[in-house]
Design a protein around this ligand. Structure first.
Ligand SMILES: [Cu+2]
Length: 370
């Protein structure tokens, strides 16, 4: 029993000695061994200190950015309860931050998609389905040298961008041309003009103001050539600007959504929006919503026109949209297709939709009396 205990103690001593970097077989009471032990013990202590400080370093690397660099938030888009009014806007659309800060944009619209996109200077703007080309991951840094873009987003989705260098950067939505913002990235030594609470209030106030804006119903003016009773204004749009760029209010509705005419009469739809295209679509929705269906021809004044003979007929206007703005240094913008006409040969009820916005309730009907 005693022998067993001794051998166990010796084995344990060897194990400890090995752990402390001592050769097996040396006595722990040996003076040289004691010195070596002390030295090794202090190495161990400093190792454990180092380990502790390494953890501190790791913790500080994780925590410090959160302490040093601010995380800002902004919202994208706003809409009325019936989804008919869309504020195509970054809210706020101008924000001042420090180098290293990041901004998280949150999409608050249920029906209208947007992107959060930072194009680089002189980059040709792509449609939303092309992106940068492609899309960058969440938390991408933007320093002005490479494009950063979220994919199509809506309904509570978020996208965060960090800003590692100072500068003034333009923010765009690839869906909506007049939906811009500016991010001013200042050096740490510079004072920021506003805090998060300021931007939250501004976003709330501006989205309310945009959605409650009283737009003039242009359809009441008519244009003299056609009966106002047969005229339908297609959407209404208004572009407004702030110091951070433009933004748009779009009303996704047919203004006189029920029109009653007699057989042989023509109904005329006119675009009231310069940013958001719409369609007038009877019957089956086509795969290509941009172009008109084959049974549509063009009047001499440039308006598209079709003849519907039966309630079972399908007809699609293609996009109708106000002409784009001219810019100095560029060729004049084309007139654009702003009108669509349909002549109804027979009585009946003819429901139609906007193929882009029927989900938000953009529908109408034409009642044709004998
Ligand atoms: Cu529409």
């Amino acid at each position: 029993m005693k022998k067993l205990l001794v051998s166990l103690v010796l084995a344990a001593t060897d194990r400890i000695a090995a752990l402390l970097g001592l050769e097996s077989g040396l006595s722990l009471t040996d003076p040289i061994v004691t010195i070596q032990l002390r030295r090794n013990m202090s190495t161990l202590e400093s190792l454990s200190c180092l380990r502790k400080s390494r953890w501190l370093l790791v913790a500080s690397l994780v925590l410090l950015p959160q302490l040093l660099f601010a995380q800002w938030t902004a919202s994208v888009g706003a809409e009325s309860g019936d989804l008919g009014r869309q504020a195509l806007a970054f809210l706020p659309n101008e924000i001042w931050i420090h180098v290293g800060d990041s901004i998280t944009w949150k999409l608050v619209t249920k029906i209208e998609p947007h992107t959060v996109t930072f194009l680089i200077a002189n980059q040709i703007r792509n449609p939303f389905f092309v992106g940068c080309p492609g899309y960058t991951p969440d938390n991408s840094p933007f320093d002005g040298t490479a494009c950063v873009s979220s994919p199509e987003m809506m309904n509570g989705q978020t996208f965060t961008v960090t800003f590692p260098v100072a500068g003034n950067f333009k923010l765009s939505c690839l869906f909506h041309e007049n939906m811009q913002g500016t991010v001013h990235v200042l050096d740490l030594a510079e004072k920021l003009p506003h805090d998060q609470a300021f931007y939250d209030n501004q976003a709330k106030r501006d989205s309310k103001a945009m959605l409650n804006d009283m737009l003039q119903d242009m359809s009441k003016d008519g244009h003299g050539q056609h009966q106002p009773a047969n005229a339908v204004m297609v959407g209404l749009g208004e572009v407004v600007t702030t110091g951070g760029g433009t933004r748009t209010l779009s009303v996704l509705r047919f203004m006189h959504d029920k029109v009653t005419i007699h057989k042989g009469d023509t109904v005329e739809w006119t675009s009231g929006d310069v940013i958001t295209p719409h369609t007038i679509t009877f019957g089956t929705e086509p795969v290509d919503v941009i172009d008109p269906s084959a049974n549509v021809f063009v009047d001499t004044d440039g308006a598209r026109h079709g003849v519907i003979n039966a309630t079972s007929d399908s007809m699609h206007s293609g996009f109708i949209l106000g002409a784009p703005q001219d810019r100095i240094g560029l060729a004049p913008a084309p007139l654009g297709v702003t009108r669509f006409r349909v002549t109804f040969s027979n009585p009946g009820t003819y429901p139609y939709i906007c193929a882009l916005h029927d989900g938000s309730g953009m529908r109408g009907s034409v009642i044709v009396l004998p």
